[in-house]
Design a protein around this ligand. Structure first.
Ligand code: ISE
Length: 339
């Protein structure tokens, strides 16, 4: 192996090209050697300036001799086949969420990795690398606040494409709350309910935006989530824990508060998730690269962060969430036993 590990990035749209830039400019110990995208033009636009080869077929990119590890940022429907190909090739992979689009296929991926006896899959739940989330998780796990009773989450996007319907809001946006809730509470989610409220005038016909989602954790702790993806304002992600001996809040965006002549005060608002979670994405990448390098060198595990079980758990929660939206009922996640 060269000094730097050689990475293939599959899918170089918004997220994939951000990862290419992060790997090229801000990450030590890795180099992008191959890019792949359904659009040849986009692949060249991203790959040519950094001297990466463009390989149209993702399977060929995964198998290539000049690829040691893989970043997957293709649409979710392509993930299952690509992640399984990485496992069979014995190559570490950082896969953007979702791990796969159904709970059953995600469970099968987890089981295959377990059979192979080596953890190679990391799932891109980047919030775990955000300093505020990490600090909150440590505070809760440290026990000072006492037992967690409720988590209140607000997840607001300024705008989304037209195709973002109520079910997609669960799969693409609430999925982060599914992972964050498990990460912060340190337990699994047992059931999901969704209340569809009055939609904003910006929502297409039939789409419930915003919605209120309720997770019931195994301990009985509750998680409320306001999911609102067409606020027209800013990217806002806030989480408050309410515990037996106190509460704590993250995501206030209060970096710089300015006071101006004319009697007004204010600060900047975060326009999108790359701006809000830029530090988390970069730290996630550096820690994954370090873990992948170590795993390649030792032939052992190559993960430092959420893995295939976390990908499965999020898929099970989202599947229950989608059923809750469609049926208007409380749905149990019915998660498999981990062993
Ligand atoms: C997007 O895919 C993300 O991952 C963002 O974090 C989330 O806020 C957004 O709603 C999703 O569409």
């Amino acid at each position: 192996m060269n000094d730097e590990i050689r990475i293939a990035v599959l899918g170089v749209g918004k997220m994939g090209s951000f990862h290419v830039e992060s790997l090229t400019r801000r990450t030590r110990g890795a180099r992008v050697t191959v890019v792949s995208d359904v659009s040849d033009e986009q692949a060249h636009r991203v790959g040519d300036p950094i001297g990466a080869r463009v390989v149209a077929d993702p399977a060929e990119a995964i198998a290539a001799d000049d690829v040691d590890a893989v970043v997957i940022a293709t649409p979710g429907s392509a993930h299952e086949a690509q992640v399984l190909a990485c496992l069979e090739a014995g190559k570490p992979v950082l896969c953007e969420k979702p791990l796969t689009t159904e709970a059953a296929t995600a469970a099968a991926v987890y089981r295959r990795e377990t059979e192979l006896g080596r953890r190679l899959i990391q799932v891109g739940f980047m919030r775990r690398f955000d300093r505020e989330y990490a600090a909150l998780q440590q505070m809760i796990a440290g026990g000072d606040l006492g037992a967690p009773l409720m988590l209140h989450c607000a997840h607001r996007n300024p705008a989304v494409p037209e195709f973002f319907d109520s079910e997609f809001m669960i799969r693409d946006s609430v999925v982060h709350e599914a992972d964050s809730a498990r990460f912060l509470l340190g337990e699994e989610i047992a059931a999901v309910s969704v209340v569809r409220g009055r939609p904003t005038a910006e929502a297409p016909a039939g789409v419930s935006d915003p919605m209120l989602v309720l997770f019931e954790a195994e301990s009985g702790a509750l998680v409320t989530i306001e999911i609102f993806v067409r606020t027209g304002i800013a990217y806002e992600v806030r989480t408050e824990i309410v515990a037996e001996r106190g509460s704590a809040l993250i995501g206030l965006d209060q970096n710089v508060v300015t006071k101006r002549a004319g009697g007004t005060w204010g600060g900047t608002i975060t326009p999108d998730f790359v701006a809000r979670f830029g530090q988390a994405y970069d730290d996630q990448m550096q820690r994954w690269v370090d873990a992948a390098r170590a795993g390649i060198a030792s032939g052992g595990d190559a993960v430092d962060g959420p893995g295939s079980w976390d990908g499965y758990a999020a898929a099970a929660i989202c599947e229950a969430g989608v059923a809750a939206v469609v049926k208007g009922e409380r749905i149990e996640t019915g998660m498999e036993d981990r062993s």
